[in-house]
Ligand binder design. Sequence first.
Ligand code: HPA
Length: 283
Amino acid sequence: MDRLLTNIAETTEFIQSRWKAQPRIGIILGTGLGRLVDAISSPQRFPYEDLPHVCSSTALDHVGQLVCGRLEGVDVVAMQGRLHAYEGYSFQEITYPVRVMHGLGIDRLIVTSASGGMDPQHKAGQLMVLDDHINLMGDNPLIGMNEDRLGPRYPDMSEPYDQKLRDMAFRIAREHKIPLQRGVYVGVKGPNYETRAEYRFFRLIGGDAVGMSTVPETLVARHSGMRVLAITTITNVCLPDNLQPVTGHDVVQVADRASRDMLTILRGVIRQEAQQIQSELFP
Ligand code: HPA
């Protein structure tokens, strides 16, 4: 496990030697949402291939770079494209960038994604704040010897998604008249979309949306004590008795169309958290 700590130190030093800042907020941009980095000013880009110990992104519409810069007056680190288990990477590999964010001092993580909506009220293009999740990925990034210097062996998951950040997202959505759903996200490994029987099963066990990400990053973020807000774009509505075929390109297009609403909420949350950080630093 010393190896993990050494690797994290090497990656963070690589970034810090080129970008002098003290970020507290991290953002993971999922499918169709990569353009949100355009809102970041004075960007410093680090393609994953250039970063020591970080794997390359191969997923559709995932650029695969860390974009560091200013958003709403604070230093942020955004992953433009994430890593997925279906790319063949281990759960430790896909969550390594979250370890690096923590190493850089980030203690608030905003995770975005695309997902299939299973609530009959859902409409494609709507956003959903995660209240909770069900890990059906068949794996866990925290498996293996625990590094106590990073977090506890048995992390609590009674509130994986921070209540204050969730409330804030709803306040901002209301102010901007953005319809916002809330619900339980089911994490699966992918890469195929689900069968009718699987959607029916996920709904039955309490799921509102299903996707191929978010859960591993949240587990590692919570292990490190970070506060997490996760918002997913419902890109396709998956009603088992009326299931329409879906492609990766459909998913990207719908998520892209919803990215304005996503950005409005992210900016609002970051602005308010920036004030909170300021008042903590200079009470
Ligand atoms: N299932 C899993 N992942 C997804 C879906 C889906 O229907 N839509 C977008 N990501």
